[in-house]
Structure formats: C-alpha cells, structure tokens
Design a protein around this ligand. Structure first.
Ligand code: SAM
Length: 287
C-alpha cells in the first residue's frame, strides 16, 4: 500500500482529517457538530438500511461528508444532502466532483426546507444530526398528514438514552410518547451503539443509531390526532392513575377506559400501544 493511504479509504477523496484541516472545519458546539471520521464506521452505518442501489437517500447534516462518502461507497442510487453550515460546502463540492451523477447538496436548515421535488421514491433518510434537531425531525417524519409517508426508512443517530426511549416497551421508565409515536406506524430498532470516542470531538454521552422502517399502515387502528392527545394527557401525569390523569378528556373516562380493556387504576407506563389505540377509538372525534 502506498505510504500515507489509509486502510479505511473508500474512495479517491482525501482522508476526512485532511478535509477538515484544509477547509478549516473546526467543529462548532452551537451547531451540534461531532463528526464521524472513521470511514469504516460510516460505511457500516450506511449498510444499516440495506441495499440502497434502487433508493434515493436524503442525508441531513453531512458536515465534512464522512457518512455521505459511506452512503455513496455502499451504492446508494442518489444522495441529496442538506447542510446548514456553509463552511462545509467546499468539502461537499469535492464529493460532488467525484460522484457528479449520484450526489447533490443544498445549503439550508432541514427544519425549514423540503427537498422532495428532486427525488424519486423509494426514499431513505440517513443522518447523524445534533440530537435536538434529530428528535424534532423524527417527530415530524412520524406525524405526516398522510400515511404511508414519503420515506420508507429512517436511519438516525441519537443520544443512547433517546434511542432507548424510541424502542421502549411498557413497564419501563423509558416508555412514553416517543415509543408510542415510533412504534405505532414504524418498526424501530437500535442497530448500533457508539462510544463518545467514535466522534470528533467526543460528545459527553453514548450514542446509538436507530433504524425505523415505515409500516404500510398503522399497527392498530386509531385516529392520529386523537391518539396523540390521549397519549400526551396520559404521560403528562405519568405517576397518576389513568382515571385521574385523563379526567380532563371526558367525565366518563372510567367507562371509556374499561371499554378499551384498561383498568382505570393503571398508570400510563403500564399500558401497551394496542390498548392506547383502543382507548383512542373510544373517543373518535370528540377529544
Ligand atoms: N454527518 C456528519 C458526520 O457524521 O460527521 C456531521 C455530524 S454533526 C453531529 C451534525 C451536522 O448537522 C453538522 O454538520 C451541522 O452543521 C449540521 N446541522 C445542524 N443543524 C442542522 C439543520 N437544522 N439543518 C441541516 N444541517 C444541520
């Protein structure tokens, strides 16, 4: 192997550390920047959604492009990246020069722009984002006006504790609104956990990549808005029995709980998703 070429190099682009130095991309805390520099690792993450050769990928927050390069090297049909930090654009242009037909990028805030018109389904979303932006986007992607959504899978990096909330089961402290939202219309799993040292600079916490596939239809019937209201009310007062946590929803809440097969003395933490959906069906439009 020629001197200076790293074992982990997956394309003819310079190593990521050199990209960062040459474009002066010192990570900024305000932008939640913790970069992945190991191209073996970014390829591993890019393989989590499975074969992407017939899929367009939206990558949010590519930064210097480690995960982008993984996605392209692993064969994604097309990658469209959205990056807020203009300092990263020259590094992304270098990638576009190598993959002119398969890679495009736009400068912008993923919370504000909608890149869909350039893409052809099926669409996968893949991102290592600042944790707060990631959670906000996840909730948005899980609550579109119509189901199935425009995406077929989401592969997203989270703080490990948030990843555990997404996959949590009843009876655990982590179980709450995020678990119900994610599990009602998608299949989430933790695909990989990562220690702080996997990033540069290292964050304070452990991280995990969550992979979610969209179900063709919700796991159990319910109206989305009603389910959201019932679940929000139940978990806002998670230590209370449901008959009191939910009494603002209806004066006959005990009857409705019983009709849904839920003991009025139970707490939200113990109620499975299926029972929350049955409760939401008791309300139909009148919550
Ligand atoms: N994906 C790269 C990696 O794995 O090395 C960078 C990860 S870094 C945690 C997050 C990236 O998201 C940064 O490049 C940051 O500038 C970008 N970013 C932060 N907020 C954003 C937003 N609202 N829209 C688009 N990009 C954003």
């Amino acid at each position: 192997m020629p001197h200076g070429i790293s074992m982990t190099q997956i394309d003819s682009l310079p190593p990521l550390r050199d990209v960062i130095t040459s474009h002066d991309l010192k990570a900024r805390k305000a932008l939640g920047q913790n970069f992945l520099l190991d191209l073996n690792l970014t390829s591993r993450i890019a393989r989590i959604p499975g074969d992407l050769s017939q899929t367009d990928v939206i990558e949010v927050g590519p930064g210097p492009g480690g995960l982008t390069r993984g996605l392209l090297a692993e064969g994604a049909r097309h990658v469209l990246a959205i990056e807020k930090d203009s300092r990263c654009l020259p590094a992304l242009q270098q990638i576009a020069d190598i993959y002119p037909d398969r890679f495009t990028f736009v400068e912008g805030d993923a919370l504000k722009i909608d890149p869909l018109e350039h893409l052809t389904p099926p669409i996968a979303i893949c991102a290592n984002l600042p944790y707060n932006v990631g959670t906000e986007l996840l909730v948005r992607w899980l609550t579109p006006k119509e189901w199935p959504p425009f995406w077929s899978s989401l592969t997203l990096m989270f703080q490990k504790e948030v990843a555990e909330r997404i996959i949590a089961q009843p009876g655990s402290k982590a179980y709450g609104r995020l678990a119900i939202l994610a599990q009602w219309r998608a299949d989430p799993r933790i695909a990989l956990t990562l220690p702080p040292e996997a990033f540069s600079p290292p964050p304070k916490v452990h991280s995990a990549v969550v992979h979610l596939t969209a179900l063709p239809e919700p796991r159990f019937p319910a109206k989305a808005k009603v389910l959201e209201r019932v679940v929000a009310a139940a978990f806002n007062q998670r230590r209370k029995m449901l008959r009191s946590a939910l009494k603002t929803l209806s004066p006959d809440i005990e009857d409705r709980l019983l009709a849904a097969g839920i003991k009025p003395t139970e707490r939200a933490e113990q109620v499975p998703l299926e029972a929350f959906c049955a409760l939401a069906r008791q309300f139909e439009d009148d919550v």
